[in-house]
Design a protein around this ligand. Structure first.
Ligand code: ADP
Ligand code: MG
Length: 450
């Protein structure tokens, strides 16, 4: 194996384990300079990359190298400016050969924080996200006028970030100049905390006041943070009153966000709420086909079918599986057959017979309601605890047919009648209350993805 091939293999492996943006940032213009006595010299373009690879990715790089060639014991990074090289720079690695594709991963825009790769054009629409897409599209055509706020919710990896950023990117294309800002709720929260600490709340407010379109991602993280909620509420109102568009995403509907202030919740509910559910098989196939076309590779129906029928609940994982196949094809210059595909995806694909345990259910419920597992098991009669506890009991009964005495015991030695009562109560509530059923289903999704 040449140094070039060796590095390609490492890159292909690393690419699977880190985000694309990071991959591009840190592994562009890197290569193996030499390999001698178990030591590998890797050329990097600048000191920043050197430090970063050495600190953050060294383990991963070394492990991969070692797996391929157990004689390799050490890695060093050497700065080499590609432009100053006299000897021909190594050929483009296969991963970076996909220039068009990579162009989309330009860094996020400094001003708006939007990533240019998230567009309506590459967002695939199916029954599962039709409503959310239609609403997003309408908002992009007349921001501040149709649905305000727009609230998109759904499970992990189903396209929320893509969709809400697409709105921003679409508006940018228009002729009218608008000030757009995308921020995650974690970032928003940390900005608020810093502002409060440094007595700069006014500057913070001023920064957001001039915005025409504010996009906040993963709003569920605001839950429980009082000060942040307070500032968020003021920002929200300021913007809303002057007709700015607000776009929010969350992993659950507003009413299921624990300890969200009522006035904020009702503000959310005053706009448009749209969900993204799971893509059906046809859409999963369409997504795979489009994404492989984007990458200039044609994969046989059989392979796509295998991926589509085995990765069902997460579009990010669907993409990840596809990436793995593509990396392998580029590396070996061959399209893998079904057996190889199965092998390559072995640890990505969760077998449907995954075992659900009481522990997983309890974990998922506690996590969903943002409480501690031991609170769930406690004697506490607090409403915020009692209800999740009843829901957990109900799910133990429904999902794994636990006996009532077992359920009682599992929750801190309670009587089986307590368990019966809880299960009956929650079952009754799910009947004829779609909102609540949806909430339960979101928890189920989590249980099955644990
Ligand atoms: P979420 O924010 O809901 O966790 P993301 O928006 O990050 O999910 O989506 C995960 C990945 O799947 C992204 O790479 C995104 O581009 C892709 N993706 C999600 N939904 C679609 C879709 N409908 N069409 C094309 N790509 C999608
Ligand atoms: Mg997201």
């Amino acid at each position: 194996m040449t140094n070039e091939e060796l590095w390609q293999t490492v890159l292909a492996e690393v690419e699977l384990n880190i985000s694309k943006a990071n991959f591009i940032t840190w592994f562009r213009n890197t290569g193996i300079l030499s390999k001698k006595d178990g030591q590998i010299l890797i050329s990097v373009p600048n000191s920043f990359t050197k430090e970063w690879l050495g600190n953050k990715y060294n383990d991963c790089i070394l492990k991969t190298l070692h797996r391929i060639d157990s004689g390799i014991k050490d890695v060093q990074y050497v700065i080499e400016k590609p432009a100053l090289k006299s000897t021909p720079v190594r050929k483009k690695t296969s991963s970076f050969a996909e220039q068009d594709f990579q162009l989309k991963f330009k860094e996020t825009d400094k001003e708006t924080n939007l990533n240019a790769k998230y567009l309506f054009e590459n967002f695939i629409v199916g029954p599962f996200n039709e409503l959310a897409h239609a609403a997003a599209s309408a908002v992009s055509k007349s921001p501040g006028e149709v649905y305000n706020p727009l609230f998109i919710y759904g499970g992990v990896g189903l396209g929320k970030t893509h969709l809400i950023q697409a709105i921003g990117n679409e508006v940018i294309k228009g002729s009218e100049k608008k000030r757009i800002k995308y921020v995650t709720s974690e970032k928003f929260t940390s900005q608020i905390i810093t502002a409060i600490r440094n007595h700069e709340v006014d500057q913070f407010k001023a920064k957001y006041r001039g915005i025409d379109i504010l996009i906040i991602d993963d709003i569920q993280f605001l839950s429980g943070k009082e000060k942040t909620q307070e500032e968020f509420f003021h920002t929200f109102n300021d913007l809303y009153e002057k007709g700015s568009q607000i776009i929010l995403s969350s992993d659950r509907p507003p009413k299921a966000i624990a300890s969200l202030e009522e006035r904020i919740r009702s503000r959310f509910e005053g706009g448009m709420i749209a969900d993204i559910s799971y893509p059906d098989t046809e859409t999963r196939m369409a997504i795979l086909k489009t994404k492989s076309l984007e990458r200039n590779i044609e994969l046989p129906e059989e392979i796509l079918n295998y991926i589509a029928s085995n990765v069902q609940k997460n579009i990010r994982e669907l993409e990840g599986a596809l990436n793995r196949i593509i990396a392998h094809s580029r590396l070996t210059n061959r399209i893998p057959d079904l057996e190889t595909t199965k092998n390559l995806l072995k640890n990505l694909i969760i077998s449907p017979q995954k075992i659900i345990t009481p522990k997983k259910i309890i974990q998922a419920v506690a996590d969903f309601y943002d409480i501690k597992e031991r609170e769930l098991m406690s004697e506490s009669r607090k409403k915020e605890i009692v209800r999740p506890r009843q829901i957990a009991m109900f799910l133990l009964r429904e999902e794994i047919k636990s006996s009532y005495p077992f359920i009682g015991r599992r929750f801190g030695g309670k009587d089986h009648t307590t368990a019966i009562h809880a299960c009956e109560k929650i079952r009754r509530e799910t009947q004829g209350n779609n909102g609540f059923l949806e909430e339960i289903n979101l928890i189920r999704q989590r249980i099955y993805s644990l």
